[in-house]
Design a protein around this ligand. Structure first.
Ligand code: NAD
Length: 361
């Protein structure tokens, strides 16, 4: 007898708008929500663009705070909070990548203010109720429905200035969310559909963007693909790939986005040995025999980082990395066996193609 599928969906109340210039879209969103005293958040490096954006949105913006920092340090949130209160703000607008979205979420949680996100990378944070923040050098993660921005505005023109290397790593980061959603234990038919569609759109559009960074149609497609990948991140737990990236970033100081790019084909090939059927649709999208091989070929074709050695990891550190990655248990379709993980890390360190189905320890 076939089993009846059981699952529950968590859908956020979210309005996402695609393909239009951000400033009038933000002004319209403020008006439709009867908001008139928004504070616009950005990074110090984008202060001039933030002032320009505020001027174009118009009278609804009462202050610009270009103070967001990488990985959302709690000190920055606590420094911004009195400024938001002093401005008598009734809304928050985050204008930037995941770091700025994070500040918007951290302030929304503390103030209860509505949050309009205008993302300028493919991080996907704008469509999740998740906040990663750092305190005394330690990263912690919070999940709370109040963290979910109410309105998200995707303007392809704004992302056209994103340099090729950040475009690539940011999009591969988004792709990693979709890929791990395919075998997440809490996946459901909707997350699988969103993940495959997100992967397909990103994989088709990314080469076109890298060929011409100002191809706005392909930029808009990447935004839509990244949005779909972000939606699944907000709904299912991540596995081996994310654990390895956090271990390599947290304990060995490797750069977050580039590490994701190197590890993804290897982590997928590792899990493909256990759940080939769940990854077969991704292999088909990639036009490859296996998803791991297809992701490696894609990374090669797009000139993505391929080796942990090039990112500065020492070969001597691989053993400790394998130990750390197996220490705390977390859901993964294939058991975490140290010899097989070590083989995976060695291949990723050397920039070799991933070991395919059944060839790991
Ligand atoms: P980021 O926001 O730090 O931006 C990366 C770099 O790109 C910065 O130097 C920024 O100034 C620059 N940049 C951004 N937009 C640009 C543009 N349009 N043109 C030129 N330069 C631009 O990085 P990110 O990759 O967007 O986000 C990473 C952060 O987001 C991490 O802290 C990560 O933990 C978090 N994140 C959170 C979630 C979540 O659901 N909570 C999801 C994904 C990522």
């Amino acid at each position: 007898m076939t089993q009846i599928p059981t699952f529950a969906l968590r859908l956020a109340a979210l309005r996402a708008q695609f393909g239009q210039p951000a400033a009038p879209a933000v002004a319209a969103a403020l008006q439709s929500l009867s908001l008139s005293r928004a504070v616009l958040l950005a990074t110090p490096g984008h202060a001039a663009q933030a002032q320009d954006m505020a001027a174009r949105i118009g009278a609804g913006v009462v202050a610009v705070l270009p103070m967001a920092a990488m990985h959302t340090p709690v000190e920055v949130t606590l420094a911004a909070l009195p400024l938001v209160l002093a401005a008598k703000a009734d809304a928050l607008i985050s204008f930037g990548g995941g770091s700025v979205t994070g500040l918007g979420k951290a302030l929304a949680l503390r103030t209860g203010l509505p949050h309009i996100a205008v993302p300028t990378t493919h991080a996907g944070s704008e469509v999740t109720g998740i906040l990663g923040q750092t305190e005394a050098g330690r990263k912690t993660t919070l999940t709370d429905a109040r963290l979910q921005p109410q309105v998200v505005i995707y303007d392809p023109q704004l992302i056209a200035s994103l340099p090729a290397d950040i475009t690539l790593t940011s999009a591969l980061n988004a792709l990693a969310h979709a890929v791990e959603a395919l075998y997440a234990p809490d996946r459901n038919p909707l997350t699988t559909t969103l993940a495959l569609q997100g992967a397909q759109v990103l994989i088709a559009a990314l080469p076109k963007v890298l060929e011409n960074l100002h191809n706005l149609t392909a930029r808009a497609d990447c935004q839509y693909g990244g949005f779909l990948c972000g939606l699944v991140l907000g709904q299912v737990g991540m596995g081996l790939h994310h654990k390895l990236c956090h271990t390599l970033g947290g304990s060995f100081g490797l750069p977050h986005a580039q590490t994701h790019a190197v590890i993804l084909p290897h982590a997928v090939a590792y899990n493909e040995a256990a759940v080939p059927d769940l990854l077969a649709p991704l292999a088909a999208i990639l036009g490859a025999q296996t998803a791991g091989q297809g992701l490696h070929a894609l990374a090669q074709r797009l000139n993505a980082p391929l080796s942990l050695q090039a990112l500065g990891l020492r070969e001597d550190d691989l053993d400790r990395a394998a130990d750390l990655a197996t220490q705390t248990p977390y859901p993964n379709p294939r058991p975490l066996e140290k010899p097989a993980l070590l083989a995976l890390l060695h291949a990723a360190w050397a920039g070799q193609p991933p070991q395919t189905r059944g060839s790991h320890g």
